[in-house]
Design a protein around this ligand. Structure first.
Ligand code: 5GP
Length: 239
């Protein structure tokens, strides 16, 4: 597969065209941003960890019936993926209250929900990715009703699969963000990445944060936390 021109550079990844119009190459960077780009830094080795972790988790999800953009890992930072039209929604699933949920509602931290929550943010940097309700998604025709149902069903399935897998690693899956895309025939598939950049992962015993919140909140030990969570995953993922 030949890597051609760079199409896009995001906060954590670059995207390249290939000689196949239906496939792209994503290349994971060590750059880290938070608070809509206001905080910037580098997490050494993050790109390598996020590439491998996202690929391993997406292979697991495929087996569990969630279609993804994953095609093939090319090297330690680069992966071949299916080209999609990204749905401009961040799909957030929560098992435990923290982060913007607590801030928005003045709700206590660390409450375990009886059922996972699903919410959507409208992906728009200028507007700071505002929370959006289903009827507004449909009013702006960001998705059809059927697509939104599919997205919600997949998001909850991802939560079931990953919650159980992370539990087996001694890790609590607190919450995470997903992005979906459409194939040329309209099929909805999981896209973007699943990593400690996009998930909150706490040690099940101690509650220690093993994710990007260490960077966001200046907790220190960021690189070590990424290495630790990757080690836990590899010890448990035999696929
Ligand atoms: P919160 O809304 O509490 O800030 O985040 C909920 C979950 O979604 C967290 O796991 C967080 O990492 C993820 N998340 C929400 N928005 C973004 C975003 O813009 N970028 C990334 N990488 N993750 C996000």
């Amino acid at each position: 597969m030949e890597k051609k021109e760079q199409l896009y550079e995001g906060k954590a990844k670059k995207v390249y065209a290939t000689d196949d119009p239906e496939l792209l190459i994503v290349s994971y960077k060590d750059d880290a941003t938070a608070f809509n780009g206001k905080k910037k830094g580098t997490i050494a080795g993050k790109g390598i960890i996020n590439n491998e972790m996202s690929n391993r988790l997406m292979r697991k999800l495929e087996k569990a019936g969630v279609p993804t953009h994953y095609v093939e890992e090319l090297n330690e930072r680069e992966t071949l993926v299916k080209k999609v039209q990204i749905v401009p929604l961040e799909v957030i699933v929560r098992n435990i209250s923290t982060g913007s949920f607590c801030k928005r509602y003045g709700f206590p931290e660390g409450v375990v929900f009886d059922e996972p929550t699903v919410e959507y943010s409208y992906k728009n940097d200028e507007l700071n990715d505002p929370l959006i309700c289903e009827s507004h998604v449909l009013a702006m025709k960001l998705t059809t009703r059927g697509e939104l149902e599919t997205i919600r069903t997949y998001a909850l399935r991802v939560n079931e699969v990953l919650k159980e897998f992370w539990r087996s690693c001694g890790v609590t899956l607190v919450d995470f963000k997903l992005e979906f895309g459409r194939l040329p025939d309209g099929t909805i598939i999981l896209a973007d990445e699943i990593s400690p950049d996009t998930s909150r992962l706490w040690d099940a015993e101690t509650g220690k944060k093993l994710d990007k919140d260490r960077f966001r909140q200046d907790l220190g030990g960021v690189e070590d936390a990424y290495a630790e969570i990757m080690g836990r995953l590899k010890a448990q993922d035999h696929a």
